[in-house]
Design a protein around this ligand. Structure first.
Ligand code: FAD
Length: 355
């Protein structure tokens, strides 16, 4: 591929897109408003699966399952080629009641996902894996740089300059950048960044708060999930507890209320937490989208403008699959999946209003 791309946004999705384009031989510049990988991708839990996959439409599980299938080799490549370990681990996820066991078992059966019921009415999904987000992002950055990509931080894209049905350049904090193709991977900011070019891509911030605890050794054998509350044990004894789902705009502040509620619910699954103080409490802004379905592909009118955004709750899980779809579209290759739900311009205005 003897072309050049500018990517707006250096989260997990923008960096994964950059890596894939670089591997195809493109010249890639990634423009990041702040620092690399400090927004939603940093804030997330790194569970590589939808929480209760049986609760989601096919368009979500298809992309998630493809991402889950691609992840082990990707994580291994990142570790091998950068020396930074994203701590990919098939730790398994135990889902506690209340859950719709018959739907869950039927879904696992029809999607080839191993599962085992527990005497306590829980369901173990032993294949569900996790990564440690900050390390994944460090490895992704190192990989992009190793492949010759250019990353420009403190450089917000402010305007897309359109001429003759194409984007000619973007005006950004450190000047104008020209390229053959442009990819918007601005997470929760993607629709705002596109302005009148959003063309139905209805992505908005949905805040998630997270707590971090530290134990001398991992206190849980698996990720624990109860409804939308999860506990994620890391290798070094850290445990993440998350998360909230709040429609509060671009506000990343944390609240005592959310902290208390998360601790109270988490202590049902891990009673020691009731007497512990979190070592950290933060919030991130997910790129919320209708139905949790991202927009991936070419702009409906501008032939060299692409988007890869709106992965909402599962952008880390879906990252390798979304990139595969985008690269197939850019290269004109046949898609391995039905990609119609992700097409840009697919979301009707009415649906957009409902998120
Ligand atoms: C609390 C929480 C828990 C989560 N847990 C999970 C989980 O367990 N598993 C999972 O798969 N997903 C999880 N997610 C969701 C996941 O983190 C996101 O879907 C994913 O990180 C989105 O990646 P992104 O690269 O699109 O966005 P981001 O990581 O937000 O990256 C977008 C980047 O674009 C930059 N940007 C914005 N505007 C501009 C501009 N104008 N110019 C240049 N740069 C710009 C931003 O600064 C940012 O760095 C969680 C999210 C949160 C908040």
């Amino acid at each position: 591929m003897s072309t050049s791309f500018v990517i707006a946004g250096a989260g997990a999705v923008g960096l994964a897109t950059a890596e894939a384009l670089l591997r195809q031989g493109a010249a890639v510049t990634v423009l990041e408003r702040n620092e690399v990988g400090r927004e939603s991708s940093w804030a997330g839990g790194g569970i590589l699966s939808p929480l209760c996959p049986w609760d989601y439409p096919d368009a979500v599980t298809r992309l998630a399952l493809r991402g889950m299938a691609l992840f082990p080799a990707w994580a291994e490549r990142l570790l091998h080629e950068t020396g930074i370990d994203p701590e990919f681990e098939a730790s398994g996820m135990r889902v506690f009641a209340p859950l719709d066991m018959s739907s869950a078992l039927a879904w696992c059966g029809s999607h080839g996902m191993r599962c085992a019921t527990g005497a306590d009415g829980s369901l173990l999904l032993p294949e569900v894996a996790q990564v440690r987000n900050p390390r994944l992002l460090q490895a992704q950055r190192a990989m992009v740089e190793r492949l010759g990509g250019r990353i420009v931080e403190q450089c917000a894209v402010q305007k897309l300059n359109v001429e003759g049905g194409r984007v000619r350049s973007v005006s950004a904090g450190q000047g104008d950048f020209t390229a053959d193709g442009f990819v918007i991977a601005g997470g929760a900011w993607s629709s705002q960044l596109l302005g009148e070019l959003a063309a139905g891509a209805a992505i908005k911030p949905i805040r998630g708060q997270m707590l971090l605890f530290k134990f001398p050794a991992p206190p849980l054998p698996h990720i624990y999930l109860q409804q939308d509350l999860y506990l994620i044990p890391r290798r070094d004894g850290h445990v993440l507890v998350g998360s909230t789902l709040e429609d509060v705009g671009f506000d990343k502040s944390t609240t005592d209320e959310a902290r208390d509620r998360l601790v109270q619910r988490a202590a049902v699954l891990l009673p020691q937490l009731a007497d512990m103080q979190p070592v950290r409490h933060w919030a991130g802004l997910r790129p919320g989208s209708p139905g949790n379905i991202p927009t991936i592909g070419r702009h409906p009118r501008l032939q060299n403008l692409y988007i890869n955004s709106g992965h909402f709750r599962y952008g880390v899980t879906m990252a390798p699959a979304g990139v595969e779809i985008l690269l197939n579209e850019i290269e004109g290759r046949e898609q391995a999946l039905d990609v119609s739900p992700y097409r840009w311009g697919q979301v009707a205005d009415e649906t957009a209003k409902r998120i």
